[in-house]
Design a protein around this ligand. Structure first.
Ligand SMILES: *Cc1c(COP(=O)(O)O)cnc(C)c1O
Ligand SMILES: [Zn+2]
Length: 415
């Protein structure tokens, strides 16, 4: 059987389908596309085969994305650009359980990916597909992490990469990565949403392959956060899965992954997804409060620059996910985000501001009685603490003390 026939692009709104290798991000009807399969991938593999790959020394098996390849994308292994990525840790800390008032609380740290954020999970798939298609250049708009990830994977693949950044709104750590890995960096006057609109137009007119999460390949890779988490938990699904929400790629990918394994009976219950937005960048929350009557747009402003997005491109997919998982959308202030970040940092785990929105969201839903103290909760930490040192330094209450190079001065300082 030619397995490449199994996958195609399907419209999420009408019944149109397109070849898996067509370069397009929307249906003719204007709606988003997703990867669909003529038979469920679960019929082609088992949990046991996936588990066995953890012991393999093959580079694809060692990837926390390609180790789940049946559910990701069927590509010749010679086209796959793997760092490898994934295989991130799952943390529990009594301190953080106490902070949130939830006994069973775990953190999957996607900041442990090669470029320091979960973006690598989707980028390995999008850049592999780019290589498979033989494109000349890949591009994205980015609040920082997508550009860092794209630059790293494009460098690995030997492809030219172009990143569209909102001028002055990218943290130093992320910008340095994009530059260091060798991307062409364009600072766009305006915000992320302006850069996103411009890169879409440029992709179409200038033949750049677009790898924002509008690209359905990205989401197939991001699904593996869920598979890996479930594997780490012996396929016991949590009650809640809490994720920071910007362009809504993760919200969409997590829902897709959960529905796929739930339909196959690999998990016995469907966790409820919580999308947490920053109060200053809350279009999805506004729509949720409106029973999703319409997509809202805002002028986004938050300390959590990774989720500073006013017009999320995956809106329609994410709405379906919140409905299908009985999910919740909430918002947290910058103060609440930085307070949660300090708790995560002081637990010795650490994350960038946007990631801490997950914990801040749990605190909020606990206060509102929506999450109960005996619920089983998993937060996804989306990015590494080193991504945004300015934010950490600015919020810190302790400081660096300058002392004379003498034993007496040390003793004095420790008193
Ligand atoms: C990209 C990003 C997000 C937002 O994820 P979406 O899938 O766009 O909602 C959150 N946190 C970090 C650290 C990110 O890099
Ligand atoms: Zn359509």
């Amino acid at each position: 059987m030619n397995q490449s026939l199994v996958e195609h692009l399907a419209c999420i709104s009408c019944s149109a389908t397109y070849s898996i290798d067509s370069i397009r991000y929307h249906c003719d009807c204007g709606a988003l596309l997703q990867v669909a399969r003529t038979e469920p991938w679960t019929s082609r593999v088992s949990k046991e085969v996936w588990a066995m790959r953890q012991l393999s020394t093959n580079v694809l098996d060692q990837s926390g994305v390609w180790g789940f390849r049946e559910a990701v994308l069927n590509l010749p292994s010679t086209d796959i650009v793997a760092h490898p990525e994934g295989r991130t840790r799952l943390y529990t800390r009594a301190k953080l359980s106490a902070f949130a008032g939830v006994e069973r609380l775990a953190f999957k740290h996607e900041g442990e990916n090669p470029s320091g954020s979960f973006k690598d999970r989707g980028m390995t798939v999008a850049v592999s597909q780019a290589k498979h298609l033989g494109v000349q250049a890949v591009a994205c708009a980015s609040t920082g992490n997508t550009s860092a990830s794209l630059a790293a994977y494009a460098a690995h693949a030997g492809l030219k990469s172009v990143v569209f950044l909102p001028a002055g709104k990218i943290s130093t750590g992320k910008l340095a990565q994009a530059i260091g890995y060798g991307a062409i960096c364009l600072a766009i006057e305006g915000d992320f949403d302006t850069a996103m609109a411009l890169v879409q137009k440029s992709a179409e007119k200038l033949g750049l392959y677009l790898v924002n999460s509008l690209n359905p390949m990205r989401l197939e890779g991001q699904k593996t956060i869920i598979f890996e988490l479930l594997m780490q938990r012996n396929w016991q699904a949590p009650d809640w899965l809490v994720v920071p929400a910007g362009n809504l790629g993760n919200t969409s990918a997590f829902g897709k992954a959960l529905l796929e394994v739930h339909a196959a009976g690999w998990i016995s219950k469907l966790p409820r997804i919580v999308s947490v937005q920053a109060a200053g960048a809350n279009p999805f929350y506004l729509s949720y409060r409106d029973q999703f009557r319409r997509a809202h747009q805002v002028k986004a402003e938050t300390v959590a620059t990774a989720i500073q997005i006013g017009a999320p491109v995956n809106y329609a997919k994410a709405v379906n996910v919140i409905k299908a998982t009985q999910g919740v959308v909430t918002e947290v202030t910058d103060g609440e985000i930085m307070c949660a970040k300090a708790a995560i940092d002081r637990a010795g785990i650490g994350c960038e501001p946007a990631s801490a929105a997950s914990l801040a969201g749990v605190v909020k839903l606990r206060e509102q009685g929506i999450i109960k103290s005996n619920d089983d909760v998993v937060c996804v930490l989306t990015g590494n603490m080193l991504k945004d040192p300015e934010a950490t330094l600015k919020a810190a209450t302790n400081e660096v003390r300058s002392i004379a190079p003498t034993l007496e001065a040390v003793a004095e300082a420790l008193r």
